[in-house]
Design a protein around this ligand. Sequence first.
Ligand SMILES: Nc1ncnc2c1ncn2[C@@H]1O[C@H](COP(=O)(O)OP(=O)(O)OP(=O)(O)O)[C@@H](O)[C@H]1O
Ligand SMILES: [Mg+2]
Length: 221
Amino acid sequence: MLHVNNISKAFATGRRRIKVLKDISFYVEKGEIVALKGKSGSGKTTLLNCCCGLESPDSGKVICSGIDLKTLSAGQLSRFLRTKTGFVFQQGNLLSYLTVSENISFPLHLNGEKANNIKSRVSELLAIIGMEEAKHALPSGLSGGETLRVSVARALSHKPEMLFADEPTASLDTATGKSVLSLIRDLSRMQKSTVVFSTHDPELLSMADRVLELKDGELKE
Ligand SMILES: Nc1ncnc2c1ncn2[C@@H]1O[C@H](COP(=O)(O)OP(=O)(O)OP(=O)(O)O)[C@@H](O)[C@H]1O
Ligand SMILES: [Mg+2]
């Protein structure tokens, strides 16, 4: 489902050049839930972004959902991102001027889904995340945990093959973080999405099938 082959990435800051990813390879099977751990600055975000095509590695190859990301044009990449992948960001990143329901349905509209299908999918997701009563609320009125739940529903609304979540629980206490991760796990199991999430909370690692650790630019299982 996700093949990462010998990717490297360096950033130049002033006169220094930091090698953030050094010849990294790993494979994630369909339906697996993999956690990526590592200290702040170890390169988790950079690696996740390279895995989904938001950043390109300096060398090496990423095959995500059967597609070699290097071969995609900009237009093909944006189509790939909105149909095959979903994202959850640390702060949720909901669109502030859209309601809870509208945020959840956003990817479905982008993908040209029929109005009836959108309506039933949004109702189904609101029930799963337990937020039917807040469906007309704007993000500014939601707690951190609620924001993340809506963000998870949005990321999985179009049943993407791959879900990437970059420290989805970093702004939450451990208990709320666990409930958001359970939601990610249950929803993705239900629709057979493959998940890679990053975290630096050791308590959340047990929620993954497998843990990878980034250290000094290298990956350890
Ligand atoms: N666009 C960029 N330009 C220059 N340096 C960058 C850039 N993006 C990341 N870096 C550097 O690469 C290293 C890894 O950053 P990255 O954000 O991937 O780490 P992280 O593990 O996600 O950290 P955190 O846990 O704090 O989110 C850091 O030293 C960072 O300063
Ligand atoms: Mg990061």
